[in-house]
Write a protein that binds this ligand. Structure first.
Ligand code: AHR
Length: 502
């Protein structure tokens, strides 16, 4: 059976912000130290940054990089990590020592090397509004006050102009250092926002939130006027305590739910008449959460080897399969569809742990999800247009990780054109594990070539590693476009189809 897909390029749904393809890096395991920042490694530059990793980041045009946490930030004091005198920190979130040799100046340098916007998340756990606003002074004031002068003395004459700031990280959660009640949160965010904006009125502020009505109503009533963003996070396959990745089929069940929290937060923003002022920053997301058992606990008798060593299990590249790639594409499709309200999303994290890039001392591995970012950033249009399947999309039944039978669409489709060139593109994800799907495109184009770029692997469990490159982007020229042609989408594949006038 061929699925007929109509595309109307006159009906524009929205222009997605490139920041939907953003990323996150945290002081955790080998993301920063022994990851992107590895002074002395022959692959590192004069500033200690791994050039091979930076090149890979540039290829996927990382638009924005959130830092320094994550849970890490909730007891982080930025002042200990600038200038010549660095004070090592015992990181109470992850319970390891952090040498603090990578701080604000190194982060800004990294962003400049990648060519991305910095996005700083502040300590709203043990930190104060004053400490947050001092950080804005250090980064954004020209020369006034002790912190701008300190930056200049540290060798950085020009202000860093950090536009995006988030107040806190997951401060609603019992696991977070210095967690807050909804009331405490509203007040802290308001006072922090006030001081931060008294330093730089142009700063765009977000605040930690979730799709909970009480939390958000309280936050938005107190601080709606100061915020440009509201932050939400989600991981679907929870692996923090037990390292048992969901199967391909179970991951497809998760795709049904991707946009739920966006819908919920949109509802709250709309009800409070803030939907034109505040956008959603989905500033941590990934199919699977990071494996770090036994750490967020106050039990006695838990030793470092119980919580530090298991983190190495995140390094097993065989657990980054086509399931991760297909889910990632479905997530990006959902955010593109919601691009009127979601302005930023940050894959968590970009490097190591469950990142799309894995590094070791002699090189890197581009995991399956990396190729999905490459596909969306470099091959898909920026202006989302109307698309519908006249006779619907066939569904398939899959089992969720909790054992329920769930019906999900076999295909996830999104159409986009470009604002700076002719033609259209279609992101077409075939979630079916073993069956290809045939589509026909009902679209007006007299004289156009059609080309398909696919992230594809032989099996649902295909992955890349140091010694294997089983998943990448394949190009297939399909010739002159015609309405009656059938395009075959391989099982468990992520495709971008371009129709370009000649
Ligand atoms: O597991 C990593 C953590 O996930 C991040 O630090 C935190 O923000 C999220 O809960």
């Amino acid at each position: 059976m061929t699925i007929s897909v109509n595309i109307n390029d006159k009906r524009i749904t929205g222009k997605r912000d490139i920041m939907l393809y953003g990323h996150f890096i945290e002081h955790f395991h080998r993301q920063i130290y022994d990851g992107i920042f590895d002074p002395g490694n022959p692959l590192s530059d004069e500033d200690g940054f791994r050039t091979d990793i930076i090149e890979a980041m540039k290829k996927i045009k990382v638009p924005v990089l959130r830092w320094p946490g994550g849970c890490f930030v909730s007891s982080y004091h930025w002042k200990d990590a600038v200038g010549a005198e660095r004070k090592p920190l015992f990181d109470k979130a992850w319970r390891v020592e952090d040498p603090n040799t990578f701080g604000t100046d190194e982060y800004i340098k990294l962003c400049r090397k990648i060519g991305c916007e910095p996005y700083i998340c502040t300590n709203a756990g043990t930190g104060t509004p004053e400490e947050m606003s001092d950080w804005v002074e250090y980064c954004n004031l020209d020369h006034e006050g002790q912190y701008a002068k300190q930056r200049i003395a540290n060798g950085f004459e020009e202000p860093y102009d950090v536009k995006y700031w988030s107040i806190g990280n997951e401060n609603y959660g019992y696991w977070e250092i210095g967690a807050k009640s909804a009331d405490e949160w509203g007040r802290l965010v308001r006072e922090s926002a006030k001081m931060m904006m008294h330093v730089d009125a142009g700063a765009q502020l977000s605040a930690a939130a979730l799709s909970d009505i009480d939390w958000n109503v309280n936050l938005l009533k107190n601080c709606g006027q100061y915020l440009d963003w509201i932050s939400i996070h989600q991981y679907w396959d929870m692996m923090a305590e037990v390292n048992a990745p969901a199967s391909y089929e179970e991951c497809m069940a998760f795709t049904k739910d991707i946009a739920r929290s966006v819908d919920e937060v949109r509802g709250i923003l709309t009800a409070m008449k803030l939907e034109d002022k505040i956008k959603i920053a989905f500033d941590e997301w990934n199919l699977r959460s990071w494996h770090h058992p036994n750490v967020h606990t106050i039990r006695q008798g838990v030793n470092a080897e119980d919580y530090v060593e298991p983190r190495d299990k995140n390094d097993d590249n065989s657990t980054y399969t086509m399931a991760d790639a297909v889910f990632t594409a479905c997530f990006l499709n959902a955010m593109n569809r919601n691009c009127d309200i979601v302005g930023m999303a940050n894959f968590a994290p970009i490097l190591n742990t469950r990142g799309c890039i894995y590094s070791y001392d002699k090189g890197i591995v581009l995991r399956t999800t990396y190729h999905v970012f490459d596909l969306y950033v470099n091959y898909l249009g920026d202006t989302v247009i109307d698309l519908w399947a006249k006779d619907g999309i066939p569904a398939m039944n899959v089992h969720s990780k909790s054992g329920d039978e769930v019906s999900v669409d076999t295909l996830d489709l999104l159409a986009a054109k470009w604002s700076d060139r002719e033609g259209i593109s279609l992101a077409a994800v075939n979630k079916h594990a073993s069956e290809s799907q045939s589509i026909a495109l009902d679209y007006e184009a007299d004289n156009a070539e059609i080309t398909m770029y696919s992230v594809i692997g032989k099996s649902v469990d295909s992955y890349n590693d140091r010694d294997r490159n089983d998943v990448g982007i394949q190009e297939k020229k399909l010739g002159r476009f015609s309405r009656d042609m059938h395009v075959e989408l391989a099982p468990h594949s992520v495709n971008v189809i371009q129709i370009i006038p000649v």
